[in-house]
Write a protein that binds this ligand. Structure first.
Ligand code: NAD
Ligand code: IPM
Ligand code: MN
Length: 356
């Protein structure tokens, strides 16, 4: 007998969000024969259009419903030039991360095909890392504001929040993940040389790391870390860092493996609803033009499937993406000539064949 259905909420969002989400759902349909349990899909309208027409980005009730009535959420992207302050995206995207307490932002960067890296002489065995970005505090906490705006005396303040609990739990998650994936090194990036508050990260990293004697502890300052990611990507396996540094490093890391078009992510707090989304944004110039690479969204679906216990389906999705890349069935950002929909078809066809 099949287990009860997994309840999936889909927020396609803005710009290329709907383009890439449509392809991810196409792949979900193709993989259904491999699923052990059903997956029910509910589409939610949150995004710029909904905000501009109703005046509400997402209500508190709707946010708490996301946390209580769904098991997983798939997001496309949020951000629209008609909302220049980006307030709806902060309410919806950062709202989910903060209010649903999804403290782990897992952003893997694995090189699927040697042709996709811009780095000379590096191959798939050199670039296989995962970034664990703290996702609920740091400079994103929203503490601060603007005083005397628009005057010569304007003051703009943003406080960086680092709590012992928040820092500890993301560091522990990174070590636990490293242990369960037989990794031998965890690297932490901070700016403790200039920002004394980051001493908390250093102390917590050393203390927690001692509980994992089989894993080497490596600490770097974020500036040198950005350089070393490019010079020696092979020295990184697991990276743990704060919210803003993780945001920046994850775009950089994506470029080592083919770019934002192929970078998936998970926003987690085990046991709660978890949210999956491409690392990329809404890329307004590409929206609706059949040009966006849907692979980041499709690989995010793969991470979702693995999380809900659908390993066979998750593997089928990843293999299909690898096979499409090997065959050159890719969009322009990866050097190909196919459109968004044709790449989605190429992956869905491969998944369907493996599901037979
Ligand atoms: P972006 O990620 O949208 O685009 C950056 C660059 O990558 C652009 O050159 C774009 O064309 C390219 N790109 C991104 N995704 C691609 C894809 N799937 N296929 C091919 N090329 C792709 O970042 P941006 O331009 O800085 O921001 C645009 C909007 O997206 C802003 O409103 C921003 O706030 C928002 N944003 C949202 C998220 C999110 O929803 N998680 C993430 C980042 C940015
Ligand atoms: C991301 C994005 C978001 C972030 C923005 C859109 C608020 O860049 O998901 O990486 O900074 O976290
Ligand atoms: Mn980002």
């Amino acid at each position: 007998m099949r287990s009860p259905a997994v309840r999936l909420a889909v927020i396609a969002g803005d710009g290329i969000g709907p383009d890439v989400t449509t392809e991810a759902l196409k792949v979900l349909d193709a993989v259904r024969p491999l699923l052990n349990s059903g997956i029910s899909v509910e589409h939610l309208p949150y995004g710029a259009e909904h905000y501009l027409s109703t005046g509400v980005s997402i209500s508190p009730g709707e946010m708490s419903r996301l946390g209580s009535e769904f098991d997983v959420i798939l997001v496309g992207a949020l951000g629209d030039p008609r909302v220049p302050g980006n307030e709806h995206a902060r309410d919806i995207l950062l709202g989910m991360r903060f209010k649903l307490d999804l403290y782990v932002n897992e952003r893997p960067a694995r090189l699927f095909d040697d042709r996709l890296t811009p780095l000379k002489g590096k191959s798939a065995s050199d670039i296989d890392l995962v970034i664990f970005r703290e996702n609920t505090e740091g400079l994103y906490a929203g503490i601060g504001g603007i005083f005397k705006q628009g005057t010569p005396d304007e003051i703009a303040i943003a406080e960086e929040v680092n709590t012992r609990r928040g820092v500890e739990r993301i560091i522990r998650y990174a070590f636990e993940w490293g242990r369960s994936h037989a990794k031998t090194r965890v690297t932490m990036a901070d700016k403790a040389n200039a920002i004394p508050a980051h001493g908390l990260w250093r102390r917590a990293f050393e203390e927690i790391g001692e509980e994992y004697p089989e894993i080497n502890r490596d600490t770097r300052y974020i500036d040198a870390m950005a350089m070393d990611l490019i010079r020696t990507p092979e020295s990184f396996q697991v990276i743990v860092t704060g919210n803003l540094f993780g945001d920046i490093l994850s775009d950089l890391a994506s470029t080592l493996v083919g770019g934002l078009g192929i970078a998936p992510s998970a926003n987690r707090n085990p046991g709660r609803v978890e949210m999956f989304e491409p690392v990329h944004g809404s890329a307004p110039p590409l929206a609706g033009k059949d040009r966006a690479n849907p692979m980041a969204a499709i690989l995010s679906l793969g991470m979702l499937l693995e999380t809900v216990g659908e390993q066979d389906a998750a593997s089928a999705v990843e293999s299909a993406v690898r096979s499409a890349i090997a065959a050159g069935a890719v969009t322009a950002d990866l050097g190909g000539s196919l459109g968004t929909r044709a790449v989605g078809d190429a992956i869905a066809d491969r998944v369907r064949r493996s599901a037979k």
